[in-house]
Design a protein around this ligand. Structure first.
Ligand SMILES: Nc1ncnc2c1ncn2[C@@H]1O[C@H](COP(=O)(O)OP(=O)(O)OP(=O)(O)O)[C@@H](O)[C@H]1O
Ligand SMILES: [Mg+2]
Length: 374
């Protein structure tokens, strides 16, 4: 929910954080805090910090910090506890904004340390960076609306969604953008990393992941490359560990109660290879398609914006030459190769000659790979 931008009366306090320097700042939509402890050791107090009621804490926090400027990586001090208890500002949306009566204040408890938690992802990709994939973006819109107001959906809440499609079409990119657009934590796990040395490792990682996500609901779990674990039953007998991980995944997916706002998104190149029980848990399968002519043009233009060299290119021609390639191929195999070829030939300008070089390189490579299986 967007906070309205009307400025209200600003409270001045003797806080150690920066006070308002100008009136033009926006009000904070959301602030995420992490308890960091007391500024010095104090024998009688124990550093543990336990919040029994998150809503009550939010009200208490807003009341004492109303009107303060929140800047990421700086601190807020709770002056009602003596000595002052410190909180690190992990996220302030927008950064350098002011806490208002409408600011949501979220607390990251010990277990969920945004900086240290490997599963918790943050990135600077935004939804508008993703070209095409309208169906997926529409679903993201629904998820966003739901997470803003989970109660309103009742039993009709989005729960489990499967993204599928050819490699390099934007599945992972979309989820990373989603993490940025939302104010909720997003836990990413690559299914390939679940297959560990010890039987039981993967199952316990899945359990921990779902536990963290439901404790911090509303939240999103993203299981990338889910085909790695969700092998078809007929292959699972070959891999005892995989079948254990699949069972754990099924148990956890079913264990999330109706009223818990935890959404699971899976991504795969090949949905038909998924275990049927796992696949049937996903209410919707959304296909990520290869970019059409207009989309390829947009992807090319967007990537050229960040090129370190100037260019003199026939974009329409590149669009034709890249037919059938994914967003990743266009970026990594065509534009990057063309750039490196330009640099290698001591030139300052990328031209169609460099693009042709990249196109030929990809053709040769594809021919070789095809040849291997013929
Ligand atoms: N639709 C798109 N719009 C813009 N860029 C894209 C798009 N699809 C892919 N790309 C580019 O390709 C890169 C790789 O995409 P991404 O990792 O999301 O693919 P993926 O679908 O997850 O592939 P895989 O199935 O191999 O995991 C992105 O970082 C981006 O640079
Ligand atoms: Mg991916």
């Amino acid at each position: 929910m967007k906070s309205d931008n009307k400025k209200q009366g600003i409270k001045t306090t003797n806080q150690k954080t920066t006070l308002i320097e100008n009136e033009n700042r926006e009000y904070a939509e959301c602030v995420v805090l992490k308890p960091v402890g007391y500024p010095f050791e104090f024998n009688l107090m124990d550093d543990d910090f336990e919040i029994k009621n998150k809503e009550l804490f939010e009200e208490y926090a807003r009341e004492q910090w109303l009107g303060l400027v929140v800047r990421e990586n700086s601190h807020l001090f709770d002056q009602k506890i003596i000595p002052d208890y410190g909180f690190e500002i992990v996220t302030a949306k927008p950064n350098n904004s002011i806490i208002s009566e409408n600011t949501k204040i979220k607390l990251i408890t010990d277990e969920l340390n945004a900086k240290k938690d490997n599963n918790l992802i943050r990135s600077n990709i935004r939804l508008h960076d993703i070209v095409g994939q309208t169906n997926a973006k529409n679903k993201v819109k629904v998820i966003t609306k739901y997470l803003e107001n989970p109660e309103s959906f009742g039993p009709w809440a989005p729960k489990n969604i499967l993204f599928y499609g050819l490699p390099g079409t934007g599945k992972t990119m979309l989820v990373k953008a989603l993490a940025n657009e939302l104010e909720v934590p997003l836990y990413l796990i690559k299914a390939t990393t679940l297959i560990g040395d010890h039987v039981g490792d993967g199952a316990s990682k899945i359990h921990d992941l779902f536990k963290k996500a439901s404790e911090n609901a509303p939240s999103i779990i993203f299981i990338d490359e889910i085909d790695a674990i969700a092998l078809h039953r007929s292959f699972q007998s070959l891999r005892g560990d995989v079948s254990e991980i699949v069972n754990s995944l099924l148990t956890e997916m079913d264990g999330i109660s109706e009223n818990k706002a935890v959404i699971t998104i899976g991504a795969t190149n090949n949905p038909t290879s998924l275990d049927y029980a796992v696949r049937s848990r996903f209410e919707e399968e959304i296909e990520f398609k290869l970019p059409d002519d207009n989309e390829r043009l947009e992807i090319i233009k967007n990537n050229l914006k960040t090129m370190p060299l100037n260019y003199d290119l026939d974009l329409e021609k590149i669009v034709k030459l890249t037919k059938g390639l994914s967003g990743r191929d266009i970026k990594e195999k065509i534009l990057k190769t063309a750039l490196h070829n330009t640099i290698a030939s001591d030139s300052e300008i990328i031209t169609m000659k460099n693009i042709d070089y990249a196109i030929n390189a990809i053709k040769i490579k594809n021919k070789d790979v095809k040849g291997m299986f013929e």
